[in-house]
Design a protein around this ligand. Structure first.
Ligand SMILES: [Zn+2]
Ligand SMILES: [Zn+2]
Length: 234
């Protein structure tokens, strides 16, 4: 995987090819069709709108349009876009967004998917950057709580739903904490998604199509990478 996206394709980093004639191309992120004469050597086309979207809006648009049932694959695809930084609070929304997308794609409930992803964005915007170190509650773990709260329609007055929403945060936070610091928004996002995948299987009977043998390609961008101590280090 190449990480040099400064001039190339936002999806894969490949060089862009400019044709003389325009053709109808589907945007990789929003799945809308546009006339364009620009795509990368691997065939990716990104529309002008998605090209200039800030991280939060890109995550929202891509997850609503995606048909994937693998939240980890969705996360990795988004993380390769240069607008998603190595570390940053956009991961607090990325976690519930990819989980909701995969969950409702399996349920084939696309209307509910869009509604819940928009609600997740509003909630995740309240989780500040640095929440892990300053509040002792990593935003990726909170993201799994937002996910379960939304699929169960939990409120502060719920009983069983309240338990499940808090339980998934507890489980993912425990996994994140036990791997130790310093913060890495890739490691904690992967751990949170893997914990949430086990959780929905156990409590909701929903199995994500997930590759658990994940190797992280982002470590060269992380000065504080745990290296051999990180379970995802290649
Ligand atoms: Zn590409
Ligand atoms: Zn687009």
């Amino acid at each position: 995987m190449t990480l040099d996206h400064k001039t190339g394709c936002l999806v894969c980093g490949e060089e862009l090819v400019y044709e003389k004639e325009t053709e109808q191309l589907e945007c990789f992120y929003c799945k809308q069709i546009y006339d364009s004469n620009t795509k990368c050597r691997n065939g990716h086309y990104v529309c002008d709108r998605c090209h200039s979207l800030p991280a939060m809006e890109l995550i929202e648009s891509f997850c609503i349009a995606s048909e994937s049932e693998d939240p980890l694959e969705l996360a990795l695809t988004l993380m390769r876009n240069p607008n998603i930084k190595m570390h940053g609070p956009e991961h607090h929304f990325l976690v519930p967004a990819v989980l909701l997308a995969a969950y409702y794609n399996i349920k084939q409930d696309y209307k509910e998917k869009a509604t819940k992803i928009r609600m997740a964005k509003k909630r995740a915007e309240q989780i500040l950057g640095g929440f892990c170190g300053f509040y002792g509650n990593c935003g990726a773990a909170v993201g799994t709580g937002i996910f379960v709260s939304l699929i169960t329609d939990a409120t502060p007055l719920s009983v069983a739903e309240w338990k499940l929403a808090n339980l998934v945060t507890a489980k993912s936070l425990l996994s994140i904490a036990e791997h130790g610091g310093p913060r890495c928004c890739k490691r904690t996002t992967f751990l949170a998604i893997l914990e949430a995948a086990d959780f929905v299987k156990e409590h909701f009977g929903v199995s994500f199509k997930i590759n658990k043998d994940l190797k992280c390609g982002f470590y060269p961008l992380n000065n504080e990478c745990l290296q051999q101590k990180c379970p995802f280090h290649p």
